[in-house]
Design a protein around this ligand. Sequence first.
Ligand SMILES: O=c1cc[nH]c(=O)[nH]1
Length: 154
Amino acid sequence: MDIFMQAALDEARKGSREGGIPIGAVLVEEGRIIGRGRNRRVQQRDQMMHAEIDCLRNARLTGGYHNAVLYTTLMPCYMCAGAVVYFGIKKVVVGEARSAPAARDFMQAHGIEVVDLDWAECRMLMEEYISMNRKQWDEVLSELNPDLLIQQEK
Ligand SMILES: O=c1cc[nH]c(=O)[nH]1
């Protein structure tokens, strides 16, 4: 069991209890969690508030995260992947990558190591959320840049 993915999952579950989208993230440096966050789109009515962004906003300032690893329950989207690249994070560990089109290739093209654990718990949490909130999740997906989606299908 990966304790850091478990911590990200705890964030996702917290989000779910708040009525939000169950995606969580933690930032880890030298074996310690220095930031935690969860998707708060619904709670704060803020479409920028993805789990990874919330996590980075909450992270302790250390003068860069070059030695940090980001754990996130869902493969990061392009916005979150951009933040990962911006902050020089070198490794991202992902709970699952099936629930949404995402930016795996973009991160790898920037030299970031991406580890996909494909955890059943992460998948099930999202599957349950999507089945009960189809309209809300479709709204999230409809925000994605269609050009990027077409590129992924190729
Ligand atoms: O919180 C979220 C939502 C969608 N995609 C992400 O990468 N994070």
